[in-house]
Write a protein that binds this ligand. Sequence first.
Ligand code: NOJ
Length: 559
Amino acid sequence: MRITDTADLWWKNAVVYCLDVQTYMDWNGDGVGDLEGLAQRLDHLADLGVTCLWLMPFYPTAGVDDGYDITDYYGVDPRLGSLGDLVEVIRTAKDRGMRVIADLVVNHTSDQHPWFRSARASTDSPYRDFYVWRGDEPPDTSDQVVFPDQEDSIWERTEETGEWYLHKFYKTQPDLNVANPLVRDEIAKVMGYWLQLGLDGFRVDAVPFLLETAGIDEAEAARFPDPHEYLHALRAFLGRRTGAGVLLGEVNLPYEEQVRFFGGGDGDELTMQFDFTTMQQTYLSLARADAGPLAASLAARPEISPDSQWGTFVRNHDELTLDKLSDDERAEVFAAFGPDEAMQVYDRGLIRRLPPMMAGDPRRVRMVYSLLFSLPGTPVLFYGEEIGMGEDLSAGSRLAVRTPMQWTSGPNGGFSDAPADQLTRPVVAGGYAPEFVNVADQRRDPDSLLAFMKLLIRRYRECPELGWGGFQLLDQPHPAVLAHLCTWDDGALVAVHNLGAEPLSVPFTVPGCNAGHRLEDLLTIGSTPLADDGSVELALEGYGYRWLRVVSEDSRRLL
Ligand code: NOJ
């Protein structure tokens, strides 16, 4: 491996930042964030160190699922601006060294999409087979719905033809029939269109649902025997159109199944997948102040191709799902971080942001982000995490974390000049209101969370060991501590995190090292010699963390 390889497989040590244009920055004063506003804030993102923007759906929408119910795959929601404004954003982001990906939502359309309007009107519609229909009464499918507070079946009957259509999400989101080659052609055309406009790939929504053929007529499903061949074909198409585009897939499945979505050892399906398992085990570890679950999860990660990558995260735009934990484990996390029912959703997740869950303890918040950036993988941030924004529980459900970005301590947090009651969503009130949490104040404060995040990102980018390298847990005696070693080429980095409140002294041995090596702190100034057998004992504060570069006498690496 050479350092120059990081320019080819750029996603292996990217810093991804997810944002929703409508809540990011309103430039025309109508209360809705817009593309012009985003363009104004690209320098903030570049300064933060972001290398890849992930834009949540910006397409024309029926507005039921916050943009994930698309009515036109080739447009921009007029409230946000025009296609031209989008191209300006993409171009400017690239100038600032950032790539741009966007949500590809092709498991379903909105029921207002012209394809579905036509399809539902008649069984003779040329678009009828774009969707999945059944003529007989469906059985009880209430256990298969994704949003159990809103739906009780994955089938919905239409008056027009008396048949039922499939929808795994809201009933206003009919599932596309991916077994139909015409649908697959349309999906490729949509991808090609946005790639041609300059996108560097997609965050692919709901991938397992997209590939699933259950419910599809048997004869039709037989023409589509291996959905993974299709995923492979999509990746190949992306490669032909872009060379270095990525598919970052949402696949919330156990590791064994995720391997298939990477394309196994060939790594020729999804380029990246979010690591939902490690995210959930991290929260269990935090709740228990015991690094065990997190360590076990990292150790259980399957081998993937060197081209593939895990997307690591501690928060995203949806509920913080805890669906992979046992009922008892989930109850522990609920008790620790979201005990009120108003903080929970779908019996499986929390709707809070990280800082309030950590009771606002800055040591703990920083330790969690230090941990996130030190884990093997590519970190994915959700907007506002860089300044420690809180949530608005009164917005309810998943909207609680989708509040306007807080830029200043002024009216509407500087998000918009519109009257507060015209904002796309209210700004967070209380202890996490813009008065206390905003970009402008933190930019000027070297001790702010924002400054700390910039440091973490800078170090993460300087340490390809983290995104690229081998990973090893280091033995040490404290349950509350995670100590790990990442190696790449001749580089090695040790990260040590204390998930507990008590200060500790942590003895461990760095394999293959001796008194000719030392550990150089990367987040602060400090140098620690190693003993002849590579052993060392480090002090850690309560919720303390250290990143240490392993340096040999002849190392030429810049410190
Ligand atoms: C997953 C997205 O993350 C979520 O926000 C959306 O509601 C569903 N897919 C349906 O598109």
